[in-house]
Design a protein around this ligand. Structure first.
Ligand code: SAH
Length: 220
């Protein structure tokens, strides 16, 4: 059984490398290791490694494998050492992206707004032995102040604009990657916090259009 999943995982990596022209071997190596089928509902295991988002219930989907690869690359491409200290993820889903990040960061903090998904992710990650991933139930709008500042922040739901609090919880030279824009189409955007004289600013770079489930705003 697991042999079949390994075969489909190799196929998934081949598509990302050859069809999309994705070149970061460090990311491809980790995509080969993490058992994506363990993060999807049992009934969808046969499509776990397909080049498509997968329904994880509660109106949410797990991002397409290529999107996970691309966002991970944008987040780590500029890190000086491979293991940067801490990353914050907004939108845990069932925990797949968090598992990928745990190979690149010493500590992964991840926040999810839907209780059942947060619970599911916690179970998935502990069953598979990911010890450096810490989950929390709540809205990612407020980041996770207790563990800030972060070396990197990744937002995995589409936002109209990045919540200000997230920029504040980023270190100087830290990187934030998020799908940003109005409507269904989002522009993959990377922000780098820079300090000029005494003033902090966010440098912005854009990397094409992606589709994402929308960010849920908490009612206050
Ligand atoms: N990172 C996940 C992607 C899941 S899809 C993966 O690896 O597959 C995006 C997730 O963001 C959904 O689970 C959704 O419930 C969650 N989400 C949406 N708005 C949020 C918010 N305000 N705070 C935290 N999580 C949010």
């Amino acid at each position: 059984m697991d042999g079949n999943f390994q075969k489909s995982r190799r196929e998934m990596v081949k598509i990302i490398r050859e069809d999309y022209g994705f070149k970061d071997e460090r990311v491809l190596e980790v995509l080969l290791k993490v058992p994506r089928h363990e993060f999807v509902p049992k009934k969808s295991r046969n499509i776990a490694h397909d080049d498509t988002p997968v329904d994880i219930g509660y109106g949410q989907t797990m991002s397409q494998p290529y999107t996970v690869a691309e966002m991970t690359n944008l987040l780590i491409a500029k890190s000086e050492k491979l293991k940067a200290e801490r990353v914050l993820e907004v939108g845990t889903g069932s925990g797949y992206q968090a598992a990928i990040l745990s190979h690149f960061f010493d500590e992964v903090y991840t926040v999810e707004v839907i209780p059942q998904l947060s619970h599911l992710a916690r179970n998935n990650l502990s069953r598979l032995g990911y010890k450096n991933v810490f989950t929390k139930l709540g809205s990612g709008e407020w980041g996770w102040k207790k563990h800030a500042p972060f070396d990197a922040i990744i937002v995995t739901a589409g936002v109209d604009k990045v919540p200000q609090e997230l920029f504040e919880q980023l270190k100087v030279r830290g990187i934030l990657v998020a799908p940003v824009g109005k409507g269904y189409d989002k522009t993959m955007t990377r922000y780098t916090k820079i300090k000029k004289l005494r003033k902090e600013e966010m440098k912005k770079e854009e990397f094409g259009t992606f589709h994402f489930v929308p960010f849920v705003k908490e009612k206050r």
